[in-house]
Design a protein around this ligand. Structure first.
Ligand code: NAP
Length: 321
């Protein structure tokens, strides 16, 4: 019998890569989408016919219960969230509704319908916030520094509570930043790759960025969704950090991206205080040894390759019109 999986957030970056992966593993994939006035399926158009789209919303408890009753999944991957840190400062309560309470709603739906369903929660390195140590591992204290990180921390601990309290197979993947040509254009990595592509093609003259000194551990989304799947195939549920273990500044990202197209970043990059977060966290760098040891997972794509991939893809898309 084929395994059935529900992916919430299937229209997002990770949802689309995870749907690609599960489709190749012969799962029946059900992607949960919320109602919107225009369809937002660019990242999953290539998967149409291979996955089924089903309606549901993290804000609506009944829709989640009904979905789980109807699909009867073996696995649920909760990737849906309000995932952009700057928006979480502007809309902290809505971020809490989606990114925190949404997790409780799905866990409750699973507990009600069938406690044997395996659950993956998309936790985040932003939970480490004002970091207590570097690199950060599964045992590093959580000290979130923005409303998004606080909401993710709630979702993370709820996942632990449902695992320990109700003996559910609930795992939390603490993922460090991961990018791809499918990354939302508002995120700094994609802001850089699109900006560099536009400058190279003569469509723009400057690229405006916020804090150039912020250091992040950047990997490739296609590698990271494999870790999510592996977590749900283990004999026991647990939490895992997923990271490359290498940190680079935003400035490094911009420099590598401009160099790749033969330009000097210093001539084009400007900074704007409006893009700096009210409370910043300066360095995130993960220790993924547990994922390597238990899951046999390690990242395949190096930092430079990731930057080149993103810039090349944006140039191709923009040049074709
Ligand atoms: P993303 O591209 O922003 O995708 C977010 C997804 O959530 C979209 O499909 C969106 O649907 C959906 N969504 C938002 N609100 C919803 C609601 N109320 N009901 C149902 N669906 C809703 O995010 P991503 O980069 O793929 O990240 C996936 C998950 O991993 C997120 O939870 C994110 O916070 C977490 N995470 C990401 C990173 C990273 O570096 N990418 C690192 C750590 C953790 P629409 O298309 O309808 O808006």
């Amino acid at each position: 019998m084929k395994k059935r999986a529900i992916i919430t957030g299937v229209t997002g970056q990770d949802g689309s890569y995870l749907a690609d992966l599960l489709a190749t593993k012969d799962y029946e994939v059900y992607g949960m989408v919320r109602r919107s006035s225009t369809e937002n399926f660019e990242r999953i158009n290539h998967l149409m016919g291979r996955i089924e789209l089903v309606r549901g919303d993290l804000l609506d408890q009944m829709s989640l219960i009904r979905l789980i009753q109807t699909v009867k999944p073996h696995e649920v991957y909760n990737l849906a969230a309000q995932s952009f840190v700057p928006t979480s400062f502007e809309q902290p309560t809505l971020t809490g509704e989606f990114t925190a309470q949404g997790v409780a709603r799905i866990l409750e739906a699973i507990r009600l319908v069938d406690k044997k369903i395996r659950f993956y929660q998309a936790s985040s390195s932003e939970m480490f916030g004002l970091v207590a140590e570097t690199p950060q591992s599964e045992t590093t204290p959580l000290r979130p520094r923005n409303p998004y990180g606080v909401a993710k921390t709630y979702g993370h601990w709820m996942t632990v509570i449902y695992r320990e309290g109700y003996h559910m197979f609930a795992c939390s993947g603490i993922l460090f930043n991961h990018e791809s040509p499918r990354r939302g254009k508002e995120f700094v990595s994609r802001r850089i790759s699109v900006g560099v592509a536009k400058i190279k093609l003569g469509l723009e003259k400057k690229l405006t960025l916020g804090n150039l000194k912020a250091k992040r551990d950047w990997g490739f989304a296609g590698d990271y969704v494999e870790a999510m799947w592996k977590m749900l195939q283990q004999p026991k549920p647990d939490d895992y950090v997923v990271a490359t273990g290498e940190a680079h500044t935003v400035e490094d990202f911009a420099r590598v991206a401009f160099n790749h197209v033969g330009l000097n970043w210093k001539k084009y990059v400007e900074t704007d205080q409006k893009l700096v977060r009210p409370t910043e966290l300066h360095i995130l760098c993960g220790n993924a040894l547990k994922a390597r040891r238990v899951l046999g997972w390690k990242p395949k794509m190096r930092f430079e390759e990731l930057v080149y991939l993103m810039v090349d893809e944006d140039i191709k898309v923009l040049a074709n019109g």
